[in-house]
Write a protein that binds this ligand. Structure first.
Ligand code: NAD
Length: 254
């Protein structure tokens, strides 16, 4: 039996490779969940679903822009149509607009907040009624260390991720009585396409150098985050809600 055997899970932002969404989707599928993988990049999402099926799992892929309310209604409806219920939502899709205050336009700000924060509100709003019908569920929101501490060039990004952190707690208060749990995950420096593109194509070597003085002196890998999401999606965490899981190799402990 897998650790999330038979659970129905949506993972947003699962196209990019390497990425946290893709590895999380593959990990949940390996542990027995049936997946709906979504992304604004439809081809990448299809590729992720194909790899899950090739490995013996179950998955469908849908194109989704997480800022679209109608898009969320469609994703939830297709999930119910395909699998009959919803147990797990991983709000993972995100972007990093990393600019200094003088460079940051209102458009940049709005795009950052919409993609990283408003999307989590929308996903939760439309997932919760289905989780209530299923008798409970687990919502896992990808925040960041930038939702815990201030970082250079992270004015809008930090605002979005700090918002995710506290919205997660408020959601947890409201839905706990329905058997629904809601937690946030705060990755540090994890090697993905986002990280590689963050600072004008950061090399993996430069990433390694930047993390060498962390207590666990290595770059994070997508599996480090996927394993945390797996725990939160599973019934092993049935008494865990409204809390934050920092997975950063000790970066914020320094
Ligand atoms: N990689 C890290 O070090 C790190 C650290 C902290 C937090 N995070 C967070 O983890 C999550 C995943 O990050 P990642 O590093 O895997 O990023 P990534 O850029 O590798 O992948 C993000 C995915 O989200 C998709 N996406 C972007 N905008 C979208 C939209 N509007 N609608 C639907 N899909 C959209 C992209 O197409 C891509 O497939 C993000 O929320 C990110 O902020 C990552």
């Amino acid at each position: 039996m897998g650790r999330v055997q038979g659970k129905i899970a949506i993972v947003t932002g699962a196209a990019s490779d390497p990425s946290l969404g893709r590895t999380t989707a593959m990990t949940l599928a390996r542990e027995g969940a049936k997946l709906v993988v979504t992304d604004i990049d439809e081809q990448g999402a299809q590729d992720c679903a194909r790899k899950i099926r090739d490995a013996g799992g179950e998955a469908i892929a849908l194109r989704q822009d997480v800022v679209s309310e109608d898009g969320w209604k469609e994703v939830i409806a297709r999930t119910i149509e395909t699998y009959g219920r919803l147990d797990v939502l991983v709000n993972n899709a995100g972007i990093a607009v990393l600019k200094l205050l003088d460079e940051l336009s209102l458009d940049d700000w709005n795009r950052q907040i919409n993609v990283n924060l408003t999307s989590v509100f929308l996903g939760t709003k439309y997932a919760v009624p289905e989780m209530r019908k299923a008798g409970g569920g687990s919502i896992v929101n990808l925040s960041s260390v930038a939702g815990l501490i201030g970082l250079q060039r992270c004015i809008a990004y930090s605002a979005s991720k700090g918002g995710v952190r506290l919205m997660t707690k408020s959601i947890a208060l409201e839905v706990g009585k329905d058997g629904i749990r809601c937690n946030s995950v705060h990755p540090g420096v994890i090697w993905t396409n986002m990280q590689a593109g963050a600072r004008d194509s950061l090399s993996k070597e430069a990433g390694r150098a930047a993390t060498a003085n962390f207590p666990i002196g290595r770059l994070g890998e997508p599996e480090d985050i996927a394993n945390c999401v797996l725990y939160l999606a599973s019934d092993e965490s049935s008494y865990v809600t409204g809390t934050e899981f920092t997975v950063d190799g000790g970066m914020t402990a320094m």
